[in-house]
Design a protein around this ligand. Structure first.
Ligand code: CA
Length: 229
């Protein structure tokens, strides 16, 4: 099942390295997209909207540094965490890597366990529910680890789709999500679902959130989509 999983883009020109990284990320439950050069990476980012990027420094066509610089300039991609991978360990390179806007910097040869920990740490900021963090919004508490939701301390019964919808909203309260964005995030972009399905599940989520009373925290934004609060 790909729905709700964070997508990680692995940009690495060495096939063996690329496969080791992808294998480990998939074992951790991430959806993996691969690119073997900088040009390809920029195309994949536009197509796949990844939640995090592992970016090799030395790449054919467009360098990792240049890819990072371009992604950090654009508003659409600025917030996506980038972890630079580099064989160069000099402090000056580290500084240069971070100056281009990279969020983290790992020197090769790296420990896969440590790198996976860094991936989770970076996603904790941007996709907290997806890495098992507990979330709170007003009187609603969502524990992604145990899949339990409470409101004012009372357990709420939620279907799996409603649970993923609610975690998406609770990761970014106030953000307006279009139906298409919710389909991508909650159902996964690999399957076809009618956008009206989103409305049906929003209806169920609203009902579930109010099962012990309280007001409806979800807002319908006409012509745009839905938001929490
Ligand atoms: Ca390389």
């Amino acid at each position: 099942m790909s729905a709700g999983q964070p997508t990680v883009l692995v940009v690495e020109d060495e096939a063996a390295q690329r496969e080791i990284l992808s294998y480990n990320l998939e074992a951790e439950g991430f959806r993996v997209v691969r690119a073997e050069n900088g040009e390809d990476a920029l195309v994949r980012v536009a197509e796949e909207n990844p939640d995090l990027i592992l970016l090799d420094w030395m790449l054919p066509k467009v360098s990792g540094i240049e890819v990072c610089r371009q992604l950090k300039i654009r508003t659409e991609t600025r917030g996506v965490p980038i972890i630079m991978l580099s064989a160069r360990s000099e402090e000056v390179d580290r500084v240069r890597g971070l100056e281009t806007g990279a969020d983290d910097y790992v020197v090769k040869p790296y420990s896969v366990i440590e790198l996976m920990a860094r991936v989770r740490a970076n996603l904790r900021r941007t996709r907290p529910a997806a890495v098992g963090e507990a979330l709170n919004y007003e009187d609603i508490h969502l524990d992604a680890e145990t899949h339990r939701v409470t409101r004012s301390g009372k357990a709420l019964k939620l279907g799996p789709t409603e649970f993923r919808l609610l975690s998406t909203f609770m990761e970014k309260p106030g953000r307006v999500w279009s139906r298409e964005q919710l389909l991508d995030r909650v159902w996964g972009r690999d399957i076809y679902v009618d956008t009206r399905t989103v409305d049906v599940h929003i209806g169920r989520l609203r009902k579930a959130l109010c099962q012990h009373g309280g007001n409806d925290p979800l807002r319908t934004v006409r012509g745009a989509g839905y938001a929490l609060g």
